[in-house]
Design a protein around this ligand. Structure first.
Ligand SMILES: [Zn+2]
Ligand SMILES: [Zn+2]
Length: 351
């Protein structure tokens, strides 16, 4: 297979800061699209992956980045879904088996086929090569895994929608956040701030449950109706039995029983992040009010397109801080210190 090389920022080992290298990209095949990347968001999982914290221990160099926004610069002969000049996005995966029950239902993120969901970086593709992500100037992706970005969303603010946006949109849509529903978003970070915007745009009554009231003004500006500090035990008394849906965007350990107690009868607590250790749960908290504890992971291609169209209609993008590529390492430290409102986005022109 022929290929060419493009500049990228990569980690060469778990301990090393990211640095500029070149990586191979395949020549666009019949159904491939060559995308000129304009912006790439920095997701917390990029940091976990390059530092080997998720046990992948994969092949270095790792080029992270699965919140990609750019413009189509070339298409293969058989491409029908996109044309040169289109504004497009790529999220957390670039391929899947395409034949299993999940793939046929448009739930490619839950692919059970032999190939499985092929991550946008640090995964092994159909061609046996390691995938390289969006901290780069160009990427080649099969047209079926490329999304349209509506004109109403600037590309830099659109990039984080491809992971953070869909991660919160999918459970909000699945558990039917909307008018008459009380939704709580736990944590006001990259995911949480999009959760507030999207749940509000869906018409739900939105409450932020954050450790402190430090970001209260932001939360209300983003669309929350209420804002409570979870460090205050009075919050759990005041809000007992309140919510139809709680979306937990925080990966740290939480006291599940306390959060479950905030659900109404038939309410659902959805876990989006994964703490390192198992979380204890007292079944009594579920049984007494037919509550559910659930999980959700990103979203499939059709739903990701739906989310982008929804955000386009409602004028929603992420709140971002655009950085140069040579600021990535510094940005990582700031993400780990929760010192970002609310997503770093790399300007690919600086790679
Ligand atoms: Zn992500
Ligand atoms: Zn599949």
């Amino acid at each position: 297979m022929t290929h060419h090389t493009v500049p990228a920022y990569a980690a060469l080992s778990p301990q090393a800061p990211l640095e500029r290298i070149t990586v191979p990209r395949r020549e666009p095949g019949e159904h491939d699209i060559l995308i000129e990347i304009k912006y790439a968001g920095i997701c917390h999982s990029d940091i976990h992956t390059v530092r080997g914290e998720w046990g992948a221990g994969g092949d270095y160099p790792i080029v992270p980045g699965h919140e990609i926004a750019g413009v189509v610069s070339a298409v293969g002969a058989g491409v029908t879904r996109h044309t040169v000049g289109d504004r497009v996005g790529v999220g957390c995966f670039v391929d899947s088996c395409r034949t299993c029950e999940s793939c046929r239902a448009g739930l490619e993120q839950y692919c059970t086929g032999e190939l499985g969901m092929v991550g946008t970086y640090a995964a092994t593709g159909r061609d046996g090569r390691t995938t390289h992500g969006g901290y780069s100037t160009h990427i080649v992706v099969d047209e079926n895994y490329v999304l349209r970005i509506p004109d109403g969303i600037p590309l830099d603010a659109a990039a984080p929608l491809l992971c953070a946006g869909i991660t919160v949109y999918s459970p909000l849509a699945h558990w039917q956040a909307g008018p008459g529903k009380k939704v709580a978003v736990v944590g006001l970070g990259g995911l949480g701030h999009m959760g507030v915007k999207i749940a509000h745009a869906m018409g739900a009554e939105v409450t932020v449950l954050s450790q402190s009231l430090r970001k209260k003004d932001d939360g209300l500006r983003l669309g929350a109706d209420h804002y409570y500090a979870t460090s205050d035990p009075a919050t759990f008394t005041a809000l007992a039995g309140t919510f139809d849906l709680i979306v937990n965007t925080v990966s740290a350990d939480i006291d599940l029983d306390s959060y479950l107690s905030l659900l109404k009868t038939d309410g659902t607590l959805v876990q989006l992040g994964a703490p390192e250790k198992p979380l204890p749960i007292a079944p009594f908290a579920l049984i007494t009010r037919r509550r559910s504890f659930a999980g959700s992971m990103i979203g499939g291609i059709p739903e990701t397109q739906k989310m982008l169209d929804f955000c386009g209609e409602h004028g929603l993008g992420a709140d971002i801080e655009v950085i140069r590529a040579d600021q990535i390492n510094e940005a990582y430290e700031r993400v780990l210190a929760s010192d970002v409102r609310y997503r770093f986005v790399i300007d690919a022109a600086t790679i």
